[in-house]
Design a protein around this ligand. Sequence first.
Ligand code: LMR
Length: 338
Amino acid sequence: MSRFATRRLALAAAALITLAPAAFAQAPIVIKFSHVVATDTPKGNAAEFFKKRAEELTGGKVKVEIYANSSLYKDKEEMEALQLGAVQMLAPSLAKFGPLGVKEFEVFDLPYLFDNYAELHKVTQGPVGKQLLDKLESRGIKGLAYWDNGFKVMSSNKPIKTVADYKGQKMRIQSSKVLEAQMRSLGVLPQVMAFSEVYQALQTGVVDGTENPPSNLYTQKMHEVQKHVSVTEHGYLGYAVITNKKFWDGLPADVRGQLEKAMKEATDYANKIAKEENDHALDAVRKSGKTEVVVPTPQEKLALKKLLVKTHEELGARVGKDLMQSIYKETGFDPAKL
Ligand code: LMR
């Protein structure tokens, strides 16, 4: 190579190095948002809404990549990935924070703790909910919001009409000690399993049944492998949207503010569509003709409630008695009055 050519090469390399920081500065900040449910669910749709608004409000400075249906990580892996910074955002169900060492979130799994969304929102949109999110910070996680799904139904391949029917059945649960106790109080053998594995476990008979809001049951096609659904509405399933704290704190202040706004809007959206989507999903399950859907009578529901509410006493110490009492105070729930 001639001296002239070598010099030209050196100049080109220097120019590249000078240009590089500018090129990097323009590259969008990527938020990988991983979740385990289908896109057409309250969480899936809210994540899409957040993506749209986050990209609009930041003028393209942020790009949100959504990985739905456990396509990137399954339940347990996604928590680890967030802590390691391999993903930046998740919305795990409140029943999945125990393995992280923040067992207080399992309070939301206590059966019949909330009768409706209005009672629930007093907690999730109020000071108690905020205090709970703050507990995540010591784990390197920032809690951004609560997103609703809904009230759970029971499903099984064996009849589940009366309280006695549950005895001896095997049912899949999420990784929550409260849910384990709830199932044991019915004589059910609970089995913790990742959400992505439930359909196959139901299909092959590894478990007889499970619990979930209708939106999850329907969009995972679980109703195709479950003969019975009972609309027990015995517990709530919702989410905490979380991010890696180091990532969040390191964002430029203006971008963080825009993302906070996008999250606020997405939260309003999520909590607006959740009930409607669950009602629609339950209707679709009924119409599929593949599953017998029963609605317990008020007496049957009361029998179930009386039995399951014992879980509050049993697991109060795990989730925190003071926390449980402060939720009772917000919602007016009184187990003694049953
Ligand atoms: C489940 O595992 O049943 C749910 O947590 C799935 C979800 O994210 O709604």
